[in-house]
Structures are given as C-alpha cells and as structure tokens.
Write a protein that binds this ligand. Structure first.
Ligand code: ADP
Length: 294
C-alpha cells in the first residue's frame, strides 16, 4: 500500500497556517512523523484520519481518495488519538466488544475471538474485567492500540503515543507497535526522537507546518556526519558560545554543558567531531527552519 499526500494545505479560521504544502509518500512499515509541539503533526494526522478537512491538496491511499471517500477510509483505518478518552466505568472487555460491533464485526462468536486475542496481544488479559478508569497511563495506551487494531486496519495512525508513559510502559508499547504486520502502514507522530530512532524505517521532520527533511533515519544521520562538533563548556559560557557558533543542542553532563555545534569544518581546535545521531539531524533542521529560536 502507499499513502500519497500531495500539496496538502490547511489554514485554521484563526489564521494559523498549520499544514503548508505538504508532500509525502508513505509505504508499508513504520513511518515516523517527528516535530516539536505545534508543528502541525496532529493537524496532518486528523486530516488523514478524515476528522477534519484540508483547504487544498490531495491524499490517496493507493487509488482511494482519502479526503472524499471518508467511509472507505474509516473501514481500513486504526486511529489512536493523542487524547484517548475512555469510559471509566466500563471494563476493557465490554468496551472492546462494543467497538468491535461498531467496526462491523457482527458475528458474536467471531467478535469474542477477535477481542480476546487482542486483549492477550496487548497484555491486558488479566485486567480485562477491570474498569478502564482504574487503568494506568500505559494500560490505557495499550487498550488504545487494541481498539485501533480491531478489524485488521491497513492504515494505523498513532499520535504522540508515548507522552506520559514511564520507560517500562514505553518499551512495552514500542514492542507492541513493532509487531504490527508488514502489510500495514503505521504512522507514528511524536516529538520524541528516540521513538523514531527505535522504531521507524522512514521518517519526516515537520516544522511550522512544513516538511523540512525526509528519508531513512540512518541515511539522514549519514548526511549530517562531519558537520556536528562537540565541546564541553561551563554553564556560564553558553551565551558566548551561542553568539559565536551555530549551537544546535546543549545537554547537561556531570554539571557541565555539552554543546553540539553545526559547522562545515572544525570550529577551532577545542572542538571534536561528534558521532552524529538522529537528535543532531532533528535539532539541525528545526534550528534552520524555526522562525523563533529553540
Ligand atoms: P502538533 O500536533 O505538532 O503539536 P498541531 O497540529 O496540534 O501540532 O498544531 C499546529 C498549529 O495549529 C498550532 O499552532 C496550534 O495551536 C494550531 N491549531 C491546532 N488545532 C487548531 C484549531 N482547531 N484551531 C486553530 N488552531 C489550531
């Protein structure tokens, strides 16, 4: 399958230009959409999920016109929104069964089999009869994935799935996502670089509504290797360094600041070449394309 987004554009009534002429081609597998808060990720995800209209442009899933054939899209879509509300006084088993009916699994026996298999898959089997209101953040997210997977979707969209999860829950969630079939497009929208590093074969970086980089994470890292220079400085020196160099990121290490600087050549003998990471790619593109300093 292939999702093809062409010249997509959206301005909200308040004047915010949330999606700016976005062009993306997304194939089967995990695709990471990475960008800071407010970049336009949710706007893009909601548009692809048929929850809101674009002003112009097109989105096709193979030959299905996503912006027009809303019912068609909903039949093959699994969506886990950023804010996933649950009915607090309903059990996971009852709720999933209900959603399965809504998704068109009419046969009771089939529904039972599908729901039970999913509860096992997301590791909520032993909690199936507990009310959703008693679930932890991680359990709610796994329940969210279970409902998104109902009905064998071909396009799965997960919006900021690991925000608020502890490291163990995040790990479990990653493992679960990586098990989703290979004949499915999974779009993972996130502001957490590590989520994309761990999971995605392809990715795009979005900043202020525009796609500013796109490709395979390893390739994107290779492209910046040689341009990233690091140095450990005193915290008090940071302003001076920011004024003199193109500092793309700073990190506190053992009470000192480790800065990463973007430069075509060694800024001076006190800098050493850093082993570039996806964070460097991300910070470089965001720094280059932000209208406000990061
Ligand atoms: P992200 O998901 O990357 O955090 P969003 O798509 O939520 O970004 O937001 C992109 C921009 O659009 C932000 O400036 C946000 O304030 C604005 N925005 C989002 N939803 C609406 C809306 N319904 N009406 C007006 N502005 C909105």
């Amino acid at each position: 399958m292939q999702l093809t987004i062409t010249n997509l554009d959206k301005v909200y009534p308040n004047g915010v230009h949330a999606i700016k002429n976005v062009n993306l081609t997304i194939s089967n597998g995990m695709f990471g959409l990475l960008g800071p808060n407010g970049a336009g990720k949710s706007s893009l995800m909601r548009t692809i999920s048929t929850l809101q209209e674009a002003d112009s442009g097109s989105v096709f899933l193979d030959d299905m016109d996503v912006l027009k054939d809303k019912d068609g899209v909903r039949r093959i879509l699994g969506y886990l929104p950023q804010e996933f509300g649950v009915y607090p006084k309903v059990t996971a088993l009852t709720m999933l069964d209900h959603i399965a009916s809504l998704k068109g699994i009419a046969n009771k026996k089939e529904r039972k089999e599908v729901v039970e298999a999913l509860l096992q898959k997301v590791n909520l089997w032993q909690h199936r009869n507990k009310n959703l209101g008693t679930y932890s953040g991680g359990m709610k997210q796994r329940f969210g994935i279970a409902q998104a997977l109902l009905g064998n979707p071909k396009l799965i969209i997960v919006d900021e799935p690991t925000a608020g999860l502890d490291p163990t829950e995040r790990n479990r969630f990653h493992n679960l996502l990586s098990e989703i079939g290979e004949n499915t497009i999974v779009i993972l929208s996130t502001h957490i670089v590590e989520d994309v590093t761990n999971l995605c074969e392809n990715m795009a970086i979005i900043c202020e509504g525009s796609v500013v980089a796109e490709g395979n994470p390893t390739e994107l890292v290779k492209e910046v290797q040689g341009n990233i220079w690091e140095k450990s400085i005193e915290k008090s020196e940071l302003d001076a360094y920011q004024a003199k160099y193109n500092v793309i990121s700073t990190q506190l290490k053992a009470g000192k600041k480790e800065i990463h600087v973007w430069s075509d050549s060694q800024p001076d003998a006190s800098f050493t070449e850093a082993r570039a990471t996806l964070e460097d790619v991300y910070f470089h593109h965001i720094a280059e394309n932000s209208s406000v300093p990061i």
